[in-house]
Design a protein around this ligand. Structure first.
Ligand code: TRP
Length: 454
């Protein structure tokens, strides 16, 4: 069979693919969400369960996404369709791509609001607003921000523009150049922060908190959270990784690349914990502070420490970069589809998509002020979007992808595309994909729903 090429272009090398996918994976999930859910769920034991989930469920499904994308060489909607047809099944499998595009919009709309807070804090740290700030004042800064739709709108708009500027450039000039510049910057900033936290008094306490396994602290609910988060953090279940896979060079190993990506994502999450917890402990504070950990507890800690202004600034800059390279991957599948479907250039595609996600974001940011009373299934809009995507749509998308790749795509196609030379490794992947991940996902999916809807 003649090899298909993507009309959108291709990554220059395997390493660019790895950087781009790592850029997608490493985001607010790693630096904002992971530390606070680990903090709320007892630390070490939670971390261990999370690692198992990444390895047993995340890695096999990520490999499936990449291989479907590369086989189909198009946006997830069309890749799912073509690969299904190639395997003699219905092209209606494209619905998985559609659900993914929708999930991408929904995630983006709350992601962009949080990224907007991050931009606000970069500016605030840079101008010294948090020097020697007390807990009450820091809480007030954050609450005042949430209560002020205009300020939120400005930063949300800036973030949407930042993302669209990259996507409009396309795969080579936009995405590839962005990740080549931003990912090394991100790693350097992270190492600077690690160096800083290692010399605080709280380091060993922070380290123990993250790696001390006490299973009595682990609840069943925490296991569910760990599995759900392993999806979110690896950007699985909505086609982001599938789209990136469709630009991947043919003769490169999917398994090796995916393991590298998952390892880098995990290392960043752990380092983020090793940055945040020691700083929190060094100032005698409590890490179980929920989502406010990053926007209230941490600024207070930075405000009290020597060099805190500079390192606080570096920290939020790092988070901003991580959010930026992730948000790109939430929109790229939809952009690629518009280009394929209507033959548009990227400019109109980005204008349309930019307006859609900008508008949705306004509803998300309004949850904290002008529509705070509006509830869906008992959630405000922001929490509804978070819940529906992370706990419903991503696991469901992942489940469908695992079933599709494991049971509908022929074994021969999978073998061709993955080209794993060791039969043992191939079988390990195949069993994990066909049995372990669908069952695990189905179980968390149902338990999560029951739990949340109770
Ligand atoms: N993985 C990102 C994070 O941890 C979020 C993200 C980006 C994402 N693209 C995605 C999540 C696609 C699910 C699907 O912050």
């Amino acid at each position: 069979m003649q090899e298909k090429k993507s009309i959108h272009g291709a990554w220059a090398s395997r390493w660019i693919f790895i950087l781009a996918a790592t850029g997608s994976a490493v985001g607010l999930g790693n630096i904002w969400k992971f530390p606070y859910i680990a903090g709320e769920n007892g630390g070490g034991a939670f971390v261990l369960v999370y690692l198992v989930c990444i390895l047993m469920v995340g890695v096999p499904i990520m490999m499936a996404e990449v291989f479907i994308g590369r086989r189909g060489r198009q946006s997830p909607i069309n890749a799912m369709k073509d690969v299904a047809i190639e395997a003699n099944h219905s092209g209606k499998w494209s619905f998985v791509g559609w659900m993914g595009v929708l999930a991408g919009f929904m995630i983006f709309s709350f992601y962009s609001v949080v990224a907007g807070w991050v931009l606000y804090y970069i500016a605030g740290m840079g101008t010294g607003d948090f020097i020697a700030i007390g807990s009450d004042d820091a809480g007030k800064v954050f609450n005042d921000l949430l209560a002020d739709p205009q300020t939120l709108l400005i930063w949300h708009t800036i973030f949407v523009a930042m993302v669209m500027v990259v996507i409009v450039g396309g795969v080579k000039k936009g995405l590839e150049n962005a990740v080549k510049l931003l990912m090394p910057a991100l790693f350097i900033l992270l190492l600077i922060m690690l160096g800083y936290s290692m010399q605080t008094e709280g380091f060993s306490q922070g380290f123990d908190f993250l790696f001390h396994f006490d299973f009595s602290e682990l609840s069943w609910n925490a296991v569910l959270i760990a599995l759900g988060h392993s999806f979110f953090t690896l950007s699985l279940g909505m086609g982001a990784i599938m789209a990136y896979g469709s630009y991947m060079p043919k003769k490169t190993s999917i398994g090796g690349s995916v393991i590298t990506i998952a390892a880098m994502d995990t290392i960043v999450a752990l380092i983020a914990g090793l940055v945040i917890f020691p700083i929190v402990f060094a100032n005698g504070m409590d890490p179980g502070a929920g989502p406010g950990l990053m926007f209230v507890t941490l600024p207070v800690a930075f405000g009290q420490m020597p060099g805190g202004q500079i390192f606080g600034f570096v920290f939020f800059l790092l988070v901003g970069i991580a959010a930026w390279t992730s948000a790109i991957s939430l929109i790229e599948p939809a952009a690629a589809w518009l280009v394929e479907k209507f033959g548009w250039s990227r400019v109109p595609a980005c204008i349309v998509l930019g307006l859609v996600v900008w508008g949705l974001g306004i509803a998300a940011l309004g949850s904290f002020n002008f529509i705070s009373d509006f509830k869906m299934m008992g959630f405000n809009v922001f929490d509804f979007l978070d819940f529906m995507t992370a706990n419903v749509m991503l696991p469901l998308g992942g489940l469908f992808i695992a079933i599709f790749a494991g049971w509908f795509v022929t074994r021969k196609m999978a073998e061709d595309e993955l080209a794993i030379s060791s039969p043992l490794l191939f079988n390990a992947w195949y069993i994990a994909l066909r049995y372990v991940s669908p069952v695990a996902v189905a179980v968390i999916f149902i338990l999560n729903l029951v739990e949340k809807l109770k």
